[in-house]
Write a protein that binds this ligand. Sequence first.
Ligand code: ATP
Ligand code: MG
Length: 170
Amino acid sequence: MRTRTAESTQALAERLGRMLRAGDLLVLTGGLGAGKTTFTQGLGRGLGVRSGIISPTFVLVRIHPSLPDGPNPGGPDLVHVDAYRLESPTEIDDIDLENTLDSAVTVVEWGAGLVEHLAESRLEIELQRGTGVAGADAALEDDEPRVIRIHAVGPRWAVVDLSALAETVQ
Ligand SMILES: Nc1ncnc2c1ncn2[C@@H]1O[C@H](COP(=O)(O)OP(=O)(O)OP(=O)(O)O)[C@@H](O)[C@H]1O
Ligand SMILES: [Mg+2]
């Protein structure tokens, strides 16, 4: 999938967010500034959790509670992890994601190679800076194209059709 603006990356993530359930694990990859946090903000919108998703500088894990007056009251919280500074799966175990894994949606930036042992199913989402120039409809000067790939692993996703997401991307 391709998006041309940060807003359209968030809109895509928002639609995915509406499909998520407690226990889901998402692993985000892509270089510095590729849009992992931007994507997570969209997920938060779709899940209806408290806003304010930012790039954690020192904090590795932030929990965004589901909002009772949001679009998905009683839905799962969002656990947002930035694993950039972590080097091994053992360090991931130290931050105890297991505690919240079953009741929340867990999203791990830079999580590839670190969190796969936590759950039998996961979505791997790769964001990549595209080449070429932003579309004429780009809302902000710094909007640029991104290529976004979603790779589903495990039984949770075997029965879910994610192809509808692609049809709606602008
Ligand atoms: N199509 C796009 N999709 C997503 N972000 C975009 C797009 N075009 C421009 N941007 C901008 O790129 C930046 C992405 O920053 P973001 O913090 O989301 O990246 P990140 O992958 O989380 O970085 P880090 O590796 O530091 O955690 C934002 O400033 C966003 O506005
Ligand atoms: Mg980030």
